[in-house]
Design a protein around this ligand. Structure first.
Ligand code: GUN
Length: 285
């Protein structure tokens, strides 16, 4: 039987309605509008679209957005100066620096300069450490969205075998931690994993985050598995494709996310949620 589609667009839409209501109540109570600053350096077209979509989503949910579009030639020092200014700005509760940054900028000190209390992406080493300990403050947005999608199936994660393909700091590693904290038995695979198809076939939950078009084929999927596709790859004709070979895998999996309209919209909803939670923490201080 064909898999049920996990509709990220619809899930994110519902989340954004809930967030907008929450923001409105919080604003009535405190007079505060949760503020998110998005910083883009250089002219990467995909990054520009992501940042614009984040700004539009903020406005629609009643958050206060600030968008900074800095030229490609921006120096490390200039970017740090902006981050320090945003760290000190009481209107701003979440800061995100869109990645990747231009090659001449070292992203590590930049991510470390973002206040750990405004780190809406959850990339600061303090927040990474809190996540490892199972006591997250800011959970990275895409991994948080992935978990929400798995939970939306109504299937319990506890005791399940999960395979995460990809070990990036942004997706693979945090997804593996979040699954582990929910009592899954987690295997993290990558480009050097031996007999990756055999490892994947064991999985009740597969999260694909490797950035290779149609890498996950139906031979790698156990009947009835939950398949979450984090990949956003551009085909030669300009269309978008995930890491999963969608049509054949759909015939075998129990649940599957599409690309586009899967994980992508969830990431933005989680960013809004992180910013609202941050504003609430500031309000309590
Ligand atoms: N680039 C790709 N994904 C992300 C993300 O989640 N946050 C930021 N800041 N940049 C990204």
């Amino acid at each position: 039987m064909a898999a049920q589609i996990i509709d990220g667009k619809a899930l994110a839409q519902q989340l954004r309605i809930d967030i907008a209501k929450d923001v409105s109540e919080f604003n009535e109570r405190t007079g505060i509008r949760p503020g998110l600053a998005a910083v883009l350096v250089g002219g990467d077209p995909a990054s520009a679209i992501y940042v614009r979509n984040k700004k539009i989503a903020c406005e629609k949910a009643g958050l206060y957005p600030e968008e900074y579009k800095l030229p490609e030639a921006t120096t490390q020092g200039e970017l740090l100066t902006l981050i320090h200014k945003l760290n000190a700005d009481p209107k701003i509760h979440g800061i995100l620096v869109q990645l990747p940054l231009p090659k001449h900028i070292d992203s590590k000190p930049i991510l470390e300069a973002v206040s750990q209390h405004k780190d809406a992406d959850g990339f600061h080493p303090y927040n990474v450490g809190r996540l490892v300990e199972g006591e997250p403050v800011f959970t990275p947005c895409t991994p948080k969205g992935v978990i929400h999608m798995i939970e939306s199936t109504g299937q319990s994660i506890t005791g399940k075998r999960a395979v995460v393909i990809g070990r990036s700091n942004i997706v693979g590693k945090p997804v593996a931690l979040l699954l582990m904290h929910r009592h899954a038995t987690v295997t993290v695979c990558h480009s050097r994993t031996q007999d990756l198809p055999a490892v994947c076939r064991e999985a009740d939950i597969v999260v694909a985050a490797i950035g290779r078009t149609q890498f996950v084929t139906s031979e790698m999927i156990k009947e009835g598995a939950i398949v979450i596709d984090v990949g956003i790859n551009r085909r030669e004709d300009g269309s978008l494709a995930g890491d999963v070979d969608f049509e054949p895998v759909k015939e075998k999996a129990g649940w599957i996310t599409p690309v586009p309209g899967g994980v992508g919209p969830m990431t933005i909803a989680m960013l809004l949620q992180n910013t609202v939670e941050s504003a609430k923490r500031f309000a309590k201080q």
